[in-house]
Design a protein around this ligand. Structure first.
Ligand SMILES: [Ca+2]
Ligand SMILES: [Ca+2]
Ligand SMILES: [Ca+2]
Length: 469
């Protein structure tokens, strides 16, 4: 309690003097207009999106004073979160108590930000942990492997905490930027990013979008969930029949690693926008977004516009519905209807034609107790409880932490979303000339009617690939 008070006081004091970050969109791309604005208003500015005429403006002056007919809007640069794992959230207090009684869990035994390895020659043979990946069977993703192109040639951008790009089950399925010469310190393809080989880290601003980990106690106390992006990536595209681990829904798709959420589970709108723009302009056809924030009193207009730019370029945006709210008294998390909430989850609620919102179901085809839903914006359900997938350091988990009597499993609409992103990649790879809207319609038409999803999601059904051919 005392620590909380000190932290709270420190935050209150610092906001009084701290500069605020805004996103400013101009009505024109005229350099003179911008210069005039920044000359009059001071502060620091940085380009976020040239297509959107969008700049990050860091200032200690008040935004309202800066209205200008050349300015379309000035919005707060909002914080975006991972959707916290409800199983971790629910058990946090008892896990912390138990960990305090036991020797402290060790940190990761693998390096942070390792050099990016090239694809490798892999063994062959069945994937021994695939049997534990129930969602791969309930969605018929496993039988789809035998009759489809498995996502071949389709790039899926994972906008998240980063990816262990050297993981044995992912290294061969990372997107590789062929127009970039690695390690020469030159932006060979002139896309604005130097030596971007498998993607970019928009949080740390470097070319290693690695999924940094931390001590278990730090995870529990900070609310972060390192490994999140690696887990998501394995569901989409872990290698099939390489004699190790699991297989993803689209084991021949390529993962573009776009890190914008840091170790503590937070990122900012400007970094999310840069990641989305990067995905669109560097060849991704699908963006996986297992994250969000509350719209609150004002909408996140800059984020909305970034998704519209993706829509205009035929890129599908797959988004998690969110994991509801934690009821402090019972420790239970309850999903809610994002369309009717006073603080709807964004971007899940936006519902543009390129968006596919995803709710989480369990292995009994029940809506997960934590899963948000929405009759318009959320399209279908997909597996999101106790999901087996890749985590950093060549490991696999369906359980984040297991302290005997208390455990937390890999749960969340975050885990359901990549099942759908992978399925879209598989459908698209059957005929890469299909439009985004055709691919999306095929996915939704195949959804299996599911009682628990009646009046919860638009299709009233769950992900099902059995009729795909
Ligand atoms: Ca580059
Ligand atoms: Ca280079
Ligand atoms: Ca495998």
């Amino acid at each position: 309690m005392k620590l909380w008070m000190i932290c709270h006081l420190a935050i209150s004091l610092s906001t009084a003097v701290m500069a605020q970050e805004y996103l400013v969109r101009f009505n024109s791309d005229s350099e003179a207009v911008r210069q005039n604005f920044f000359r009059r208003n001071g502060g620091k500015f940085e380009l976020v999106s040239s297509e959107g005429n969008l700049y990050k403006w860091t200032t200690s002056s008040r935004a309202e004073q800066s209205w200008d007919s050349n300015v379309a809007y000035i919005a707060k640069n909002k914080t975006i979160h991972l959707f916290q794992n409800p199983s971790l959230q629910k058990n946090r207090a008892s896990l912390v108590r138990k960990l305090n009684e036991t020797p402290k869990a060790k940190g990761p035994a693998y390096p942070d930000n390792p050099e990016i390895k090239a694809p490798t020659i892999q063994a062959s043979g069945a994937d021994p942990l695939l049997q534990s990946a129930w969602g791969m069977f309930s969605t018929d993703a496993v039988s789809a492997h035998n009759k489809t192109a498995q996502g071949k040639g389709i790039v899926v951008a994972v906008t998240d905490t980063g990816v262990d790009y050297n993981h044995v089950d992912l290294v061969n399925n990372m997107w590789r930027n062929k127009a970039e010469v690695p390690g020469n310190g030159i932006d060979d393809d002139k896309n604005g990013y130097v030596d971007d080989i498998v993607g970019w880290d928009f949080h740390a601003n470097d070319n290693k979008p690695y999924d940094l980990s931390m001590d278990l106690m730090d995870i529990l106390l900070s609310g972060g969930n390192p490994g999140h992006g690696t887990h998501v990536s394995g569901v989409i595209a872990a290698s099939l029949n390489n004699g190790t681990g699991i297989a993803g829904v689209a084991p021949k798709a390529q993962i573009m690693a776009l890190r914008f959420i840091g170790e503590k589970g937070e990122g900012s709108t400007d970094s999310a926008i840069k990641a989305i723009d990067y995905a669109v302009s560097n060849g991704a056809r699908i963006i996986n977004a297992s994250w969000g924030g509350e719209a609150g009193e004002e909408d996140d207009q800059p984020l909305r516009e970034a998704i519209k730019r993706a829509e205009a370029k035929g890129v599908i945006f797959v988004v998690a519905a969110g994991n509801g709210r934690l009821d402090q008294a019972s420790g239970k998390s309850h999903g809610f209807d994002i369309n009717n909430d006073s603080k709807p989850v964004v971007p899940a609620v936006y519902n543009f034609s390129n968006m596919v919102g995803v709710a989480a179901i369990d292995s009994n085809n029940q809506l997960a107790e934590f899963s948000n839903w929405g009759k318009e914006s959320i399209k279908l359900g997909a597996p999101g409880v106790k999901i087996m997938s890749t985590v950093p350091g060549d490991r696999y988990q369906d359980t984040v932490v297991d302290l005997g009597t208390i455990k937390a499993t890999w749960d969340g609409t975050s885990m359901a979303t990549p099942f759908v992103a992978g399925a879209l990649a598989v459908i698209w790879s059957q005929d890469p000339s299909q439009s985004a809207s055709t691919v999306k319609s095929k996915l939704l038409d195949m959804a299996a009617p599911t009682e628990a999803l009646n009046s919860k999601v638009e299709t009233q059904g769950r992900l099902d690939l059995h009729s795909l051919n």
